[in-house]
Design a protein around this ligand. Structure first.
Ligand SMILES: *[C@@H]1O[C@H](CO)[C@@H](O)[C@H](O)[C@H]1NC(C)=O
Ligand SMILES: *[C@@H]1O[C@H](CO)[C@@H](O)[C@H](O)[C@H]1NC(C)=O
Ligand SMILES: *[C@@H]1O[C@H](CO)[C@@H](O)[C@H](O)[C@H]1NC(C)=O
Ligand SMILES: *[C@@H]1O[C@H](CO)[C@@H](O)[C@H](O)[C@H]1NC(C)=O
Length: 475
C-alpha cells in the first residue's frame, strides 16, 4: 500500500506521541515523597524541575516536635536574592527538635537537606543532625548554600529527623527532600580494594548509610534535576582531572539511544540518566587518565564507575585496566563480555578505605590488548559516596542524644539545659517584641521597613536570625 506524505507525517506524529507517553508513564514515582519548605508560609515551586515543596506546618504527614518553640525565619529584605526559592525561608531551632516524616514503604530512602545561611547568626550556627537515631551531620556549620544528600535504610513507619544545637548555638534547615529510592539504586555486593592492594568481594552494602560527595558526568555537560529522574545534579569532570597533558584522552558524545535493558531489576534510568551515559572520555592504549577527588580521610568510600560503550563501532575492541586509589582493581576490563551489546549501561561498585592522604584517585589505563591504539578504554561517569564509620554515625560515635523522648526521662543536667533553652527563647521573644515596637514607630515616622541597625543589642547576632516581622511581607 502506497502511503502519501501526509499519512507518513501522521505516522511519525503518532510514533512521537507513543514514545513521549511511554516515557512519561515510566517516569519514576516514589512511594514516599516528602518535599518540605521549612519555615515557608506558602508552597514553593522550583522553576528548574517543577517540584512543589509544601510548608512544614499544617501538613498531615509531617509533624514537628520540639522541646522549645521554633521560629520561621526569612532573609533580610535588603539581602541579595537567594540562589533558590527554597532558600527564601528557614526554620530555626534553639533546642532539640525533630520532624517526624511518615513512611509508607520501608526500605532505602534518599534524604536531601538544603542549607543556606542567609544571616550571620545562621552562618555561626553549630549543630548536629540525626535521622532515625543515626548521626548524619556532626558539629555541622554552613558558610555557603549546600545540599547534603544521604541514602539510608528506613525500617520504621516514621523517620525522625532530629536537629540538636551545640550549647549556646542554634540549628536551622531550609528544605527537606525524603523519597523512596528505587530498588536498583544500591546493590548489596561491591569490589573491595583493600589498603594493601588486595582485591576481593564485599557484601552488606544495602544496610549501610551513604553520603553523596561527588556525582560526575565525565566529559559531559552539567545534568540538572530537570533531566534526572531522581532530581540529581551531575557535574563535568574537568576540574578533577590529574595529568591531562600526557594522557591523550579523547572526548566523546553520542546522539543515539542508550540501550537500557527492559524490565531489569538492576539497571534503569534511575541508576543514571541518558544524559550521563551519552558522553565519555577515552584513553589510548599507551596512556592513562586519572581523576583525583579530595575526600575526608579515615573513611570508607563507595566509588561507582559507570560504563556505556558509545565509543566502539563493534564489540570486543577494548581492554583496559581500572586503578582505584593507586591499586589495580580490574585488569583487562572487557566491557563487551559483560554487556553483550554497545551503548548498554553498566557500572562497577568499588569499596575503598582512604587513610590519611585525603585524596581518592581513580584511573583508567590503556592496554596493548586493545584492537586500536587510539581507543583502549573509556569512562562515562563517577559517583563517590562516603560510608558510615559506625552503627551510630557517619563520623563515628559522639555523645549527642538524638532521642526526642529524653525530655521526659531527663536528669537534672538536661533539665537545667532545657531551662536555659527556654530562657534563650524568652530572650529572643523579647528582642522580637522590641523589634515590633521599634518597627511600628519607624513606620509611623518614615514609612520604611529597613531597620537593620535597630537590633544591634547584645543579642544582635541571634536577633537577626529571627527577623520574623520585618520580612514577613516578602512572601
Ligand atoms: C563541637 O566542636 C566544638 C568546637 O570544636 C567542641 O568544643 C565540641 O565539643 C564539639 N561537640 C561535639 C558534640 O563533638
Ligand atoms: C535536558 O536534556 C536535553 C537533551 O540532552 C537538553 O537539550 C536540555 O538542554 C537539558 N535541559 C536541562 C535543563 O538541562
Ligand atoms: C600514567 O601515566 C603517567 C605518565 O603519563 C605515568 O607516570 C603513570 O605511571 C601512569 N599511571 C599508570 C597507573 O599507569
Ligand atoms: C553502618 O550502619 C549500619 C546500620 O545503619 C550498620 O549495620 C553498619 O555496621 C555500619 N557500618 C559500620 C562500618 O559500622
Amino acid at each position: 500500500m502506497a502511503s502519501s506524505p501526509g499519512s507518513a507525517r501522521l505516522t511519525v506524529l503518532l510514533l512521537c506521541l507513543l514514545v513521549s507517553s511511554t516515557a512519561s508513564a515510566t517516569r519514576f514515582a516514589p512511594a514516599d515523597n516528602h518535599l518540605i519548605a521549612c519555615g515557608a508560609t506558602a508552597p514553593v515551586v522550583l522553576p528548574e524541575d517543577g517540584r512543589r515543596f509544601v510548608p512544614d506546618t499544617g501538613c498531615a504527614s509531617v509533624r514537628l516536635r520540639s522541646t522549645a518553640p521554633t521560629l520561621p525565619s526569612a532573609p533580610d529584605a535588603a539581602a541579595p536574592p537567594p540562589p533558590s526559592p527554597l532558600h527564601a525561608a528557614a526554620r530555626v531551632f534553639s533546642c532539640h527538635a525533630s520532624y517526624d516524616l511518615a513512611i509508607t514503604r520501608r526500605g532505602r530512602h534518599v534524604l536531601r537537606l538544603h542549607f543556606y545561611p542567609f544571616s550571620p547568626a545562621l552562618a555561626a550556627a553549630r549543630f548536629h543532625v540525626g535521622a532515625a537515631g543515626f548521626l548524619l551531620l556532626h558539629n555541622f556549620t554552613v558558610s555557603s548554600p549546600v545540599v547534603k544528600e544521604f541514602l539510608l535504610p528506613v525500617d520504621t513507619d516514621a523517620l525522625a529527623l532530629t536537629f540538636v544545637p551545640e550549647p549556646g548555638s542554634a540549628a536551622f534547615i531550609n528544605a527537606i527532600e525524603l523519597f523512596s529510592a528505587p530498588e536498583e539504586l544500591v546493590g548489596d555486593v561491591g569490589t573491595l580494594v583493600a589498603a594493601d592492594g588486595t582485591v576481593g568481594r564485599t557484601d552488606g552494602l544495602s544496610s549501610q548509610v551513604f553520603e553523596t560527595l561527588y556525582r560526575i558526568n565525565v566529559a559531559g555537560r552539567k545534568v540538572t534535576p530537570f533531566n534526572d529522574t531522581l532530581w540529581r545534579t551531575w557535574v563535568n569532570d574537568g576540574r578533577f582531572l590529574v595529568d591531562t597533558g600526557s594522557s591523550g584522552s579523547t572526548v566523546w558524545s553520542f546522539g543515539g539511544r542508550i540501550a537500557y535493558p527492559k524490565g531489569s531489576r538492576l539497571m534503569s534510568r534511575e541508576v543514571a540518566p541518558d544524559n550521563v551515559y551519552n558522553s565519555a572520555r577515552s584513553v589510548r592504549s599507551d596512556g592513562n587518565v586519572t581523576w583525583g577527588f579530595p575526600v575526608p580521610a579515615g573513611s570508607r568510600y563507595l566509588v561507582r564507575t559507570h560504563f556505556c560503550d558509545i565509543v566502539s563501532k563493534a564489540l570486543y575492541q577494548l581492554y583496559f585496566d581500572i586503578y582505584v586509589n593507586g591499586h589495580l582493581a580490574v585488569k583487562y576490563f572487557d566491557i563487551s563480555s559483560v554487556t553483550g551489546s554497545l551503548a548498554y549501561p553498566y557500572y562497577i561498585d568499588f569499596v575503598v578505605d582512604v587513610e590519611d592522604e585525603g585524596i581518592l584517585k581513580l584511573a583508567i589505563v590503556g592496554s596493548k590488548m586493545s584492537r586500536s591504539e587510539q581507543v583502549s578504554g573509556f569512562l562515562n561517569a563517577i559517583e563517590i559516596m562516603r560510608m558510615n564509620k559506625t552503627g551510630g554515625g557517619m563520623d563515628g560515635d559522639f555523645p549527642v542524644s538524638l532521642d526526642m523522648g529524653y525530655a521526659i526521662r531527663m536528669g537534672i543536667g538536661e533539665f537545667v539545659r532545657s531551662l536555659l533553652c527556654g530562657l534563650i527563647f524568652a530572650g529572643l521573644l523579647l528582642v522580637l517584641v522590641v523589634l515590633v515596637m521599634r518597627l511600628r514607630t519607624e513606620l509611623r515616622n518614615n514609612g520604611t521597613l529597613c531597620s537593620r541597625q535597630s537590633i544591634d543589642s547584645g543579642d544582635g547576632k541571634l536577633a537577626r536570625a529571627y527577623q520574623l516581622v520585618p520580612t514577613k511581607t516578602d512572601y
